[in-house]
Every structure is written in C-alpha cells, then in structure tokens.
Design a protein. Sequence first.
Length: 306
Amino acid sequence: MDEQTFAYGGQAVLEGVMMRGRHQATVAVHRPNGELALKHILVAATTRPAWMRLPIIRGLVGLREALSIGKQALDFSASVAIDDDAGELSPLVQSTIFAVALVIGVGIFVVLPSLIANMASRMGAPVLLREAIEGGLNLSLVVGYIYTISRLRDIQRVFGYHGAEHKAINAYEAGAPLTVESVRGFTRIHPRCGTSFLVITALIGFVIFLVVSGLPLWQRIGARIVMIPLVAAVALEFLRFASANYYRPWVRRLLMPTLATQYLTTREPDDAMIAAAIAALVPVLAADGVIAPAVAAPEHDVALAT
C-alpha cells in the first residue's frame, strides 16, 4: 500500500473487536448483558520526517504503534467483558504483564530452538543443517502454539471475533454495505492477518539469522533477540507488498500456506460478533472522513500520540 491508501485492519479482543484507522482506533466489546461498549483511541496526527517513511523503518514505527494500541484494546476488553468496576489495569501492571509474556515468548520461540539445534551441531551437523533444524523447530513451535490454543473453548470465541474482523474489512474493501447480512457472506481469510505475519516472520527469520550463524551459542542467541524487531519489520514489508499485489495469481499461490493457518485462528462468527466488528469499523471510517460520522457518541476517548 502506498502512503495515499490506508490499510484498515484490527484485532480480536475479549468479546469484541478493535479496528484501526489513520486518526482513530475503536474497540467494541460486548458487556455480559449483551450491550456494546465502545472505546475510541485517538491517534494524534503528526507529520513524520521522510526517513521515518522509509521501508523497514516505517515497519518498526508501525510495530510500536500497534503494540501500544493493542495493549490498550486488550485491557479495555478485559475490564468490560468481566464487568470489572475497578476499571482498566494500571500502566505498571500492563507493562509487567507484557514484559513477562515477552520473556516467555523469547524463551520458547528463540532460546529453546537454538539450544536443541546446538545439540545437533555438537553431534557433527554442519552449520546450514543446524540452522535448518532451528528454523524448522521455530516454525513448528509457532504453528503448534496456534493449533493448541485454537482448541480452547474460550479462545474459540476470540477467534470468532477474529473472523468477524476479517469479514468486515473484506466487505469494506469490496465496497459492500456494512450491515450484518452483507458482511456475513464474506470470507474470514484476509492477506493482512497477524497469523500470516507470525508464519512469515518465522520464515524470514531463518534467512536473516544466517548472518549470525557463525557466532558462539549464547552470542548467537543474543544477536537473534536483538534482531527480532528487524525481522518483524522485514516481514511487515513483505506482507505490505503481498497484500497490495494480492490480485496477482502468483502472489496468491505464494501466500497460500500462510493463509491456510488462518483457518486455525478464525471461526465463523455469529451475528453479534459481526455487529461488534461493524460497530468498531464505522467510527474509524467516520473519523477518517470515509463515511458520514456515526450517530453514536463514544463512551471513552483516550489520546494516543504517535
């Protein structure tokens, strides 16, 4: 996508959906009584210097923004879905939870494959074979993790909202009316999906990490941890290119394996889930001037400087 075309998207949260636009992100979450609660996160308009719009760098900036908005959306959804009068978690608690999750994720998906593959190296395996073993283990762990959590009933509801998010975006990009009946008929698969991004990141990481394959074990692990943002930014650039050229048959064939993994992380949504996705998307489009402003007033507004 070029700078003139914004790629609308979002994420599933607990009992709801978050959608992101140029000027605003909106979270729509079902309360226990079935009513929808909305939170609008205002994205402060800033003019970025030219160097921040360069490939790779813009990916790093986008990742930072996505993490910030995603954390707020998840926290809001948790407080609404369980009807917690105490409100949202404090920034300190949010940061602590995120840090612990990050350490565990790095340990499982970076350190563990390196340790196992290093055993093959000690048994005489050449460097390239060791790297292939490590890359295969990493990809297997990613897909295995996705499959495992997809079997949990509570997570399946989140995946239903994930499917609703994709359907709503597909309907908007097709120029279809944003109604439950219209959105329901669209596919729950979309080329700009976080699941596909994870798989692509694992594959691209295998190639980029070859640069540090000659280092000793713990230096190699440390270098790979430092390079994770770079790998993610390159994966975002690939996904950006692929989604912009998705109409080409060869691109569709290239993405087919990553799109297939979305069947693990999406479910066919019910009408209430689709309604939540539409309720999140409409205010975002209105804030960008794409459609007429929504009638409903926001329940929460939080400014987010970018």
